[in-house]
Write a protein of this length. Structure first.
Lengths: 331, 273
């Protein structure tokens, strides 16, 4: 069987495990073996067109998972199907259907102009000339490649190269795009360019995207679904909102007043978190109340100079998630 | 997608890799020419070593100079050509150690042919041509009574030798999947094997000859085909048709190397990020 039907998941993972045997020095010549479990029983189902953020602290098993999904690493146990293929035994056929950007591993020819790499990749992925040209034209516009198409890859800046890598991964119209740390080390402008490009790709809706990152702004901008892993296992799988609900992060209403109040206002379902600026700024947390009822309630009680609603900070939530105790430091 | 269209498409894909490699090398033109010339040196010395030996002795392991040169020619033509086409596979160690193999494995092509074509050291071509030159000269000087069979063997034996040495290169390179700091262990079998096949098997003895010549099959690269070409009986007592086993031995070696490679790739561990 090849490929997937329209309703079948594009990625289906059951009980995925990866163990590495690590030899540790024990004395001058002796070494002892130790088994490190990098991925410890991951289940994951991703449907066509989904954009999934795959996050976790260093060593949580993100890259290892991605490498097992793309056929680079052989799983120790569990089942993997990507685009209807089993990645390792059907690696080359799967490779025609997926695009991969591993931040640290280039797909481009180091000594050749960027343009040449794209041309060579057209033959390697067997893309018809017209289709290739059309897709390249689109990437050139969206990623602004024209300024450095004729520059050898070794002379490109990291941001330019990453834009090149993204184009290289997309020229064969992959069904799934795997991105490992696509914005790592990029400056603000390049980071923004990469994000907008991926957002645009997501809007088109036919490419499934699985992305690992340390930059949570990537996730907030791009992914409705968030999978958090730690110590090789999934600790959260759902929307960003669900993550906030589950870990009790709340929107804040920040009210600036002309004069400090004599007595603190009491609002149902929104406790006062703190006062700042000598009592001229009040910070309420929206627990059971919605932000709009808090704002309306406040407006009746006091004279407001300014008011702001602060979105919950995903970074806070994730930091709290990561703080669970570690059994063994994974490799 | 039908499997057949997929296979047809592979050839232009590999050609593209080769083109990329050629263009990359052309971007460093001067060093390319220097390498091309400098590289012949090593093979020339191998041949000179044997010629020098014959200044102090009339025969080597029961063979005279022209006969020995047929073995030298077979050995160096086969080794230099294998080194040109497959030799750079020893660089897989760097790919494994640095995790660069990831980028190779996500492409829709076999990992082994990709690595070979991405690193084809065209500068080694001169060595291969020199080796073939030695073989042709030696065969012309030696007193070969040519039959259609011997003509075929004169073409097949060096090709089998290329396949055989290529298999040794691949098999030793796969060590790095299990043992990243395998160092120069592989060279004992590749460069060691070349040196071993340069001389008649009769100069070796005991377990060493048994293991290298018959156990690992190095005796079938130059020695036995040379006997068959020269029409000489084997001083070690094997029948005359043994020289014709060379292609079969080469195919066995290739099958073994391919299996080792496939198992090795599945043991690839990549790196941390």
């Amino acid at each position: 069987m090849t490929g997937t039907g329209p309703d079948e998941p594009v990625i289906e993972v059951r009980g995925l495990r990866k163990e590495f045997v690590v030899r540790v020095r024990a004395g001058r010549f002796r070494r002892t073996k130790r088994v490190v479990t990098a991925v410890d029983g991951i289940d994951l189902t991703v449907h066509r067109g989904e954009m999934v953020g795959y996050i976790g602290p260093n060593g949580a098993g993100k890259s290892t998972t991605l490498k097992m999904l793309t056929g680079v690493l052989t799983p120790s146990a569990g089942e993997v199907r990507v685009c209807g293929f089993t990645p390792v035994p059907q690696r080359t056929r799967l490779a025609l259907r997926i695009g991969v950007v591993f931040g640290q591993r280039s797909q481009l020819w180091w000594d050749l102009p960027l343009r040449d790499s794209f041309d060579l990749l057209r033959h390697i992925y067997r893309v018809p000339g017209a289709e290739h040209a059309a897709r390249l034209r689109r990437c050139r516009t969206l990623l602004d490649l024209d300024g450095f198409l004729d520059v050898p890859v070794r002379q490109l800046s990291l941001g330019q190269r990453m834009r090149g890598e993204l184009t290289a991964a997309l020229l064969h119209r992959p069904e799934v795009l795997f991105l490992d740390e696509p914005t790592i080390g990029l400056d603000v402008v390049s980071r923004q360019a990469v994000r907008s490009f991926l957002a645009e790709l997501g809007r088109a809706g036919d490419t499934t995207l699985l992305l690992t990152t340390h930059d949570l702004a990537d996730i907030e901008r791009l992914c409705r679904r968030l999978v958090v892993i730690d110590h090789g296992g999934v600790v959260h799988d759902g929307s960003i909102e669900a993550l906030h609900t589950r870990y009790g992060s709340r929107r804040l209403v920040v009210a600036d007043l002309d004069e400090p109040l004599a007595e603190t206002p009491v609002l149902a379902g929104a406790p006062l978190l703190r006062t700042e600026a000598d009592g001229r700024r009040l910070v309420f947390a929206c627990e059971s109340a919605t932000a709009s009822t808090v704002v309306a309630g406040l407006a009746q009680l006091v004279a407001l100079r300014d008011i702001a609603i602060v979105e919950p900070d995903i970074e806070d939530v994730v930091t709290r998630l990561y703080r669970a105790p570690a059994p063994v430091e994974p490799g | 997608m039908a499997d057949r269209t997929y296979r047809l498409g592979v050839v232009p894909a590999y050609l593209a890799l080769l083109r990329g490699q050629a263009r990359s090398q052309a971007s460093y033109r001067t060093s390319f020419v220097v390498d091309l010339v400098g590289n012949v040196g090593a093979t020339v010395f191998d041949v000179l070593t044997v010629l020098v030996l014959f200044r102090v002795t009339r025969d080597l392991g029961g063979f005279d100079r022209t006969e020995a040169m047929v073995m030298v020619g077979l050995s160096s033509a086969a080794f230099a050509t294998a080194d040109l086409t497959v030799g750079n596979i020893e660089r897989v160690r760097q790919y494994v150690r640095t995790g660069l193999l990831d980028a190779v494995l996500v492409r829709p092509l076999g990992a082994l042919p990709q690595l070979l074509l991405m690193d084809l050291p065209v500068r080694k071509a001169a060595r291969s041509l020199f080796g073939i030159g030695v073989l042709v000269t030696a065969l012309a000087l030696a007193d070969v009574s040519w039959t259609p069979g011997r003509v075929a063997l004169a073409v097949l034996a060096p090709l089998a030798g290329v396949v055989f040495f290529g298999s040794i290169f691949v098999a030793t390179a796969t060590l790095s999947f299990w043992w990243i700091d395998s160092g120069e262990v592989g060279s004992a079998f590749t460069y060691g094997g070349r040196d071993f096949t340069t001389y008649p098997m009769t100069v070796y003895s005991g377990w060493f000859r048994a293991v290298f010549a018959y156990g690992l099959g190095f005796g079938f690269v130059a020695y036995y085909p040379a006997l068959a070409l020269l029409g000489r009986a084997d001083p070690l007592g094997l029948p005359a048709w043994v020289g014709w086993l060379a292609p079969g031995v080469a195919l066995l070696a290739a099958a073994g190397a391919a299996t080792a490679w496939r198992v090795g790739v599945r043991h690839y561990r990549s790196t941390g990020s």
